[in-house]
Design a protein around this ligand. Structure first.
Ligand code: PLP
Length: 410
């Protein structure tokens, strides 16, 4: 099961209404920050099918290492650093050469960067330094399902700002709603995912202005930034000096290498706000010292491979997008400007869970209903990463089973 699937289960406890909450059933004083809800009905069914040896094609799988997109040569680069990692030389922000390489590629100064074990860990550091229990963040809806559980682990909440889809022009964010949220008491940061996952919509540049005028720090997650699916010019938020900004990125997407466990935070903003931000980041980095010396030491050489990796992934995305346009022609495919996902609106034939169960049982396809991402239930998010032949065949099976269901139910 993918991490996102696990998170989604945690986010939708109503689908486990008949099962006792694990915290209560164990009678232990577990933290209320945890949601230990067991598997929902869909995931349980998927788990049971797999346990019975049933083959499922996971149409939501965006783990690049399962789709032939990880370059195993990166491991040789890391192995070549082995000698230099034999001595422990802790540096809270990460080794200077690694940060210098980031500054050279992305801009700024090496001292503007802090290495983390992942982008997810970077989020948790920022939640720790920016908010107190009971405070909350303005987060995008629809959006990346991991932000909310990460915030809950830090004992802080989330309030959504919405984006609406207009076909075929794309997504529009409700910037007035965002501005109001940023002005409300208790709001401690504005989170922008640029481009968003799973909508693929790039963030509006005016978010910088909103953060600056409302004096909110901007957390700009740009892990998907290079993966454009259209010809438009898009703007990074990370690196802006107009508001206090924490840009997030990492090797998970840049090098299709989530297993290398390396992310980073880039700090920027008005000069007067940077000194305290640096001290706060140093403090939390020094407390964890979480970065692996081998990968951090190899980063300058690893980054030399980033452009080739981006091109390889973009070719895969474009190939599968063309296939989807051809093979799913009867369905509405939502415009995505970037990212690794494609949102497809299915006909409202069945309750979303029943449809997902039917796709598993009849077509061997595993999908997440849209409500997992705060989308309409009949919208599904397809990963554009699978091998082209696998993706094409899965699209074929999807249309075939939808045709049968349409015949049966209409
Ligand atoms: C928008 C977004 N940010 C961050 C991450 C997590 O990246 P990492 O593996 O560096 O924690 C993901 C993973 O899918 C993501 O979709």
């Amino acid at each position: 099961m993918t991490l996102v699937a696990l998170i989604c289960e945690a986010l939708h406890p109503q689908h486990n209404a008949n099962q006792p909450h694990m915290c209560q059933s164990r009678g232990m004083p577990w933290s209320n920050r945890l949601d230990l809800t067991p598997l929902n009905r869909l995931s349980q069914h998927r788990h049971d099918l797999l346990a019975d040896g049933f083959e499922l094609t996971d149409l939501t799988d965006s783990n690049p290492t399962r789709h032939g997109l990880f370059d195993a040569g990166l491991l040789d680069i890391i192995a070549s650093q082995a000698g230099s990692a034999s001595r422990y030389q802790p540096t809270p922000a990460g080794p200077w050469p690694a940060r210098a390489a980031l500054a050279e590629r992305f801009g700024g100064d090496p001292d503007d960067y802090w290495l983390t074990a992942s982008t997810s860990e970077a989020y948790s550091w920022l939640f720790t330094i920016l908010a107190d229990p009971g405070d909350w963040l303005a987060i995008p809806r629809p959006g990346y399902p991991l932000i909310e559980p990460l915030a809950h682990l830090a004992a802080i909440g989330c309030r959504p700002y919405d984006a609406y889809y207009f076909h075929p022009s794309g997504w529009e964010t409700d910037l007035d709603q965002l501005r109001r949220l940023c002005q409300a008491p208790g709001c401690r940061a504005l989170v922008a995912v640029n481009p968003n996952n799973p909508t693929g919509a790039y963030a509006e540049a005016s978010m910088i202005d909103i953060a600056a005028r409302t004096n909110q720090p901007l957390i700009a997650d740009e892990v998907f930034f290079p993966f454009t699916l259209d010809e438009a010019a898009h703007q990074r938020l990370a690196g802006t000096t107009e508001c206090l900004t924490f840009g997030l990125d990492g090797l998970s997407k840049l090098l299709a290498a989530p297993q290398l466990k390396l992310g980073w935070i880039r700090l920027s903003g008005p000069k007067g706000q940077l000194t305290t931000a640096r001290r706060a980041l140093d403090l939390v980095a020094d407390s964890f010292l979480s970065v692996n010396a081998l990968v951090a030491g190899a980063l300058p050489t690893l980054l030399d491979q980033a452009d080739a990796s981006i091109e390889r992934i973009k070719t895969r995305l474009a190939t599968n997008l063309a296939t989807a346009n051809q093979r799913l022609a009867g369905l509405r495919l939502r415009q995505a400007a970037g990212g690794w996902m494609l949102l497809v609106d299915l006909p409202g034939l069945l309750d979303p869970d029943e449809l997902a169960l039917a796709l598993m049982d009849r077509a061997g396809l595993s999908v997440h209903p849209g409500y997992y991402y705060d989308l309409p239930g009949d919208t599904i998010a397809l990963s554009l990463l699978p091998e082209p032949a696998v993706f094409a065949e899965a699209c074929q099976r999807l249309t075939a089973v939808l045709a049968v269901l349409t015949d049966e139910l209409t």
